[in-house]
Design a protein around this ligand. Structure first.
Ligand SMILES: Cc1ncc(COP(=O)(O)O)c(C=O)c1O
Length: 382
């Protein structure tokens, strides 16, 4: 079996991740931040260590401003719903995942004003277009760091500059880049960074986070959920301290332990080394697939402007049929369809059929890439 669906979730997980999760359950099984006994303290330490690892990876200023969530979707919803009020103007791109687009469309019904800036047909976005859309009432620019459909990398740092020049905040969705591209909150000017644990950070499903930069005033940001935090228990109202204000209820301890180990794994390999490996594989895959007659590949031509995602269609073929044959006849696992990002497919002209998506991971080998190229060629010859 060849797993080429890392953009959906990474697999297999590093052994360190599985060990950390088992270790949490076997040896640190208390409720973090609740009781004062040794197992609770041990669990609290695992959670705090994970905060520190995440802070290191993203150059976040304060580990206590990392809010653990279920996934990136939950983190994005927290950032958007926590800060946006009726009358606020928000700018986003024309290639967003529904994790950004759906909450924004819903908030539009509650009185926010939304500008969706169109991207070029390779998914690229002119930061000047974003700058021109920002108005005095713009509260936030919410933007993906890279497309989950074409792998196109967006110029987040330049967009953040444009947002800050007008007093707006920048929410960055790093679901498709955390762990494979440098994501530095401070040098890129990201005020709210949403990440997910189970993709390129190598962690398990069920854990992600939102990191609050220094521009975020937590008194102005409402929690999505209120409840027990293990702190300030004498009060019936939500505490104001971070992260407790946004982390009501028992945390996903084993998941956070796995996330921490995944982030440590990424730090140990080095993001630059992971990126170099993926660029080499992506170049081979692009060249190989491009040479097959009848194929259209989407996304930027320059490999530096894309991640290790390759989306394609083949003339006369349903994408579902290609995906099925890849799986059934060649043991190659891809993802076909719209990838929860209809706006991106409208942009590149593949809506509503979608594309076949290969997403290479840190553990993908060159041999697997070559097998995938041969498999596509064989399927299309039939
Ligand atoms: C760009 C992007 N944003 C957000 C998400 C949502 O991530 P999760 O499903 O972990 O919430 C995804 C998932 O595919 C994604 O690709």
């Amino acid at each position: 079996m060849i797993y080429l669906d890392h953009a959906a979730t990474s697999w297999p997980k590093p052994p360190e991740v599985i060990e950390a999760m088992m270790d949490f359950l076997e040896r640190a099984g208390g409720n973090p931040g609740r009781s004062g006994h040794r197992l609770s303290i041990k669990a609290g330490r695992v959670v705090y260590n994970a905060r520190e690892s995440v802070a290191t990876l993203f150059n976040a200023t304060d580990p206590l401003r990392i809010i653990f969530t279920l996934n990136a979707t939950h983190a994005i919803n927290l950032g958007l719903r926590g800060l946006l009020r009726p009358g606020d103007h928000v700018v986003t791109s024309g290639i967003e995942h529904n994790a950004v687009m759906r909450p924004l469309r819903d908030l539009e019904k509650n009185g926010i004003l939304l500008s969706v800036i169109p991207c070029a047909c390779d998914g690229s976005l002119d930061p000047g277009d974003v700058a021109r859309a920002i108005q005095p009432s713009t509260r936030m620019v919410a933007i993906t760091h890279a497309s989950n459909v074409m792998g196109t990398i967006l110029p987040v740092a330049e967009i953040a500059d444009a947002a800050h020049a007008q007093g707006a905040l920048l929410l960055g969705d790093a679901a498709q880049t955390a762990g494979i591209l440098p994501v530095d909150m401070q040098s890129m000017g990201i005020d709210l960074l949403a990440f997910t644990g189970h993709k390129w950070l190598q962690g398990p499903p069920g854990v992600g986070g939102l990191i609050l930069g220094e521009r975020i005033c937590t008194q102005e940001m409402a929690p999505l959920v209120r409840g027990g935090t293990g702190s300030r228990s004498e009060f019936e109202v939500q505490p104001e301290e971070c992260p407790d204000k946004y982390e009501s209820g028992t945390l996903n301890g084993p998941g956070i332990a796995g996330l921490g180990a995944g982030v440590e794994w990424v730090l140990k390999q080095g993001v630059a080394a992971i990126r170099a490996h993926e660029i080499e594989l992506t170049r081979t895959l692009l060249e190989g697939i491009q040479s097959i007659p009848g194929i259209t590949i989407y996304g930027p031509e320059n490999i530096e402007n894309r991640t290790s995602i390759i989306s394609f269609t083949a003339k006369g073929w349903r994408t579902s049929e290609i995906g099925l044959r890849l799986d059934d006849d060649h043991g190659i696992l891809s993802r076909v369809g719209l990838h929860c990002a209809p706006a991106a497919h409208r942009t590149i002209g593949s809506f509503p059929e979608g594309t076949v998506r290969f997403a290479l991971g840190a553990t993908t080998t060159m041999e697997e890439v070559r097998t995938a190229i041969d498999a596509v060629a064989q399927i299309l010859e039939q």
